[in-house]
Design a protein around this ligand. Sequence first.
Ligand code: UDP
Length: 275
Amino acid sequence: MSSSEFPSVASSSSGFLQRPLPSIPPTATILGVKVHALTNAQTLALIEAFIASGQPHQLCTVNPEFVVAAQQDEEFRQIINAAALALPDGIGLLKAARFLRTTPLPERVPGSDLVVRLAELSHQKGYRLYFLGAQEGVAEQAAAKLKERYPNLSVVGSYAGSPAIEENEAIVQRILPTQPDILLVAYGAPKQDKWIARNLERLQIPVCMGVGGSLDFIAGTSKRAPVWLQRLGLEWFHRLLTQPWRWRRIWNAVPRFSWLVFWSKFKPKRPAALP
Ligand code: UDP
């Protein structure tokens, strides 16, 4: 990602810092998974409020693949539904919410863009970031790229590690003394979200968010779809072309998700039980 492609806090949310902080918005429910109906500007304002509170918060970047996985993984579903914020990361969620006539989702809040916006906020406000996960060296490369653009960015630590339970304690001990305000975990879903849920109370970090492949995009080790494909809602198509071995995940994210949403609306309702 070149620095000119970085989204900007100022351009996306002009003046939001002056406005009063919004309350937690309502949720849309899609196949039993809750997603908050919020904008990028509201997300940033809430993140600032979470940091000011000092209390730990888990954020999930929900896309259709998460929703499909959560149909069979009850632990994952509960983690998303209990998250302080479940962000509408995928365009498919906006369409599904409209189709199901649940709470409308105003816009996509992509995790990858949010990571860059958090770097900008760190540059402006002195927030401390920690990057956990991704392949060896990727988090450091991502931090270096972001620092070129945001020189005051404070990345207080980065570590690839692993989501394996045997490594859990050592990683917690490594992060604790660095006292970050924001922890970004790149272990892919659902591992990253389960890792955060398991460690949230011990870490007491105000904002903990799973970020999937975002650090790879920023570091340049994998390429994100061009903006025009993202706008058309065809990021999945770019993934299919560039990472064809992921076809099963793309199948889950697009046709399977669409079918499940369609079926949930039109399946015959069970007759009410007789008194
Ligand atoms: N990853 C990792 N350890 C693992 C599994 C994944 O560090 O055990 C990293 C991987 O290197 C990548 C990130 O997790 O940087 C996201 O992986 P993936 O592309 O599968 O997630 P997605 O973006 O599709 O959620």
